[in-house]
Write a protein that binds this ligand. Structure first.
Ligand SMILES: Cc1ncc(C[n+]2csc(CCOP(=O)(O)OP(=O)(O)O)c2C)c(N)n1
Ligand SMILES: [Mg+2]
Length: 521
């Protein structure tokens, strides 16, 4: 809960956060939130004490409780080894400031990420002289630009292409990069495809938007058509097994970490991999295209019209799917209602909607940079604490709304998250996409074994029936306004009331019952 809150706070403010936990036990209790912080590339300093290492009074602050023996483990830093950019033990109080500032400098330098410090109690209690360390000397590494040669190569390839495409997942972690991408896209009439996006990378309502893709079993036509693709800031630009660019497509990769050494297996067949800050790099490319008139205006205008027409068709097809089906609320209908509820506000939406990730992206069509965030990671339960951090990191009047699966809601330890939200005056609205189970693992099983034993028995072991009173947990733990709704006619009113409660300073949880067809057995 605490690390997820720090994660979302850091995402919203772009300021590093710190989380203090208790020795090995608290470190392990961070669980998958560390993995999310790594993949979400958020700067967080995690500090844990370590068991005192003297047992007979040799130093002040040595062991005096039974638990000091129990919590002395051989490799406490190893607990987080695969997930942090840096870890160190504070060995003396005399340089504690240097170690902390160094850790923060590493956490903040892109790709940002979690760092971990430990220190035993003898060190924490060491008498020292006043130490002076100037944080101004520990600033994050300055953003990197493309070399002139690589900038020219990419700009020329994009400008000469017939069907250029930008694919991105997390360029919008830096909201200031979004208008830069918009400028480049408009200059060349390049379409933008958001792949496994966990932030607003390109305005959802922009005519050059080419859609969203998460896990899919169908070839994306936009990817197949592209003759030049610029992959910028993406861990998963496509999924080879089902949807990929055509052979021979000219691919270029710009990323602050283009090789993804933190993943055992990763590759795209790019002509060029460039390590650069995406905002800086795209500014460079757009400027060169303009300064040297690299593009052919007639080609650009034809393409602009083609992409806009395809965009309008896709949008119309999606709009037609927004109605409830046979009196039942569908994820698309629910997302459309949430969109209408928040229209014209500067609400911040957290998404952890899992099998509805794509639906949320497509129907929310978030357009303001920084107005939609996900964890970026794969460990569910982020939005519970995340909503608290997002609210605390936002201006007091900003509304925070979480769209979560029922399973993800429970992974988020709502008893804790909702209590903390009340304790720290951080109310938010949670909307549960409640299909009474884990649909994702069911779909994963069917994708690999469409007629396997689980399919034959129609039993995937993923049901959450008999269902807990999901909203009621929040009422019990945090005094939240709790509603469960199944009737589409009631949904808009219920959401409106819940939002009014949140504006009044109290959290609200609306559990929305989705069709049984979505339910996982
Ligand atoms: C901590 C954690 N445990 C297990 C998983 C594996 N997992 C991926 S999706 C999923 C189900 C999520 O259920 P829910 O939030 O209800 O979304 P739905 O699949 O029903 O859309 C699970 C268990 C995970 N990603 N993280
Ligand atoms: Mg579910």
């Amino acid at each position: 809960m605490a690390l997820s809150a720090a994660h979302a706070y850091a995402s919203v403010t772009r300021q590093p956060q710190a989380v203090l936990v208790h020795v090995d036990a608290g470190t392990q209790n961070l669980g998958g939130a560390v993995s999310n912080a790594m993949r979400g590339r958020v700067p967080v300093l995690i500090f844990a004490g370590a068991a005192p290492y003297t047992i007979s009074g040799e130093l002040p602050a040595g062991r005096n409780e039974f638990i000091h023996w129990i919590q002395d483990v051989p490799d406490q830093r190893g607990i987080l080894r695969g997930y942090v950019k840096y870890s160190a033990e504070i060995r003396t109080g005399r340089n504690v400031k240097q170690v902390v500032h160094r850790a923060l400098q590493i956490a903040r330098s892109e790709p940002a990420g979690p760092v971990y410090l430990v220190g035993a109690r003898e060190v924490m209690e060491e008498p020292i002289q006043r130490q002076v360390t100037d944080p101004a000397h520990y600033t994050p590494v300055a953003p990197a630009a493309l070399t002139a040669e690589v900038m020219r190569e990419i700009a020329t390839a994009l400008a000469r292409a017939r069907h250029p495409l930008v694919v991105t997942s997390y360029l919008g972690r830096n909201p200031a990069a979004v208008p830069v991408l918009v400028d480049l896209a408009e200059t060349l009439a390049v379409g933008v495809l958001e792949s496994a996006a966990f932030c607003v990378n390109f305005p959802g309502d922009h005519p050059l938007h080419c859609g969203y893709q998460f896990t899919t079993s169908q070839q994306n036509p936009v990817l197949a058509q592209a003759d030049v693709i610029l992959v910028v800031d993406s861990d998963v630009p496509w999924i080879y097994a089902s949807s990929r660019p055509a052979p021979g497509t000219g691919i270029y990769a710009i990323d602050i970490d283009p090789l993804k050494a933190q993943m055992s297996m990763w590759h795209i067949p790019a002509r060029r991999f460039a390590a650069a800050d995406s905002k800086v790099a795209l500014e460079q490319i757009a400027r060169l295209v303009r300064d040297e008139n690299l593009a052919e205006p007639a080609v650009v205008e034809t393409r602009r019209a083609e992409i806009a027409a395809a965009n309008a068709d896709r949008r119309a097809a999606l709009d037609a799917l927004e109605q409830p089906e046979a009196g039942v609320i569908t994820p698309r209908h629910l997302t459309a209602c949430v969109r209408d509820l928040l229209r014209g506000t500067d609400a911040l939406v957290l998404t952890e909607a899992i099998t509805s990730y794509q639906v949320v992206a497509e129907h929310l069509r978030a357009s303001r940079p920084g107005s939609l965030i996900g964890s970026g990671g794969g460990s569910l339960g982020w939005a519970g604490g995340g909503a608290v951090g997002a609210k605390l990191g936002s201006s007091p009047e900003r509304t925070v709304v979480s769209l979560v699966g029922d399973g993800s809601y429970l992974f988020g330890v709502p008893s804790s998250a909702q209590w903390v939200a009340r304790r720290y005056h951080a109310p938010s609205l949670t909307v549960i996409y409640d299909n009474r189970g884990w649909a994702a693992p069911k779909f994963s099983t069917l994708a690999v074994h469409p007629s396997g034993a689980a399919a034959a028995a129609d039993d995937f072991g993923v049901s959450l029936e008999p269902e807990a009173d999901l909203a009621g947990i929040a009422a019990a733990a945090g005094g939240a306004y709790a509603v469960t709704v199944a009737d589409p006619d009631e949904l808009p009113g219920v959401l409106k009331d819940a939002l009014a409660v949140v504006h009044g300073g109290r959290s609200a949880v609306v559990s929305v019952q989705l069709p049984p067809a979505q339910a996982a057995r």
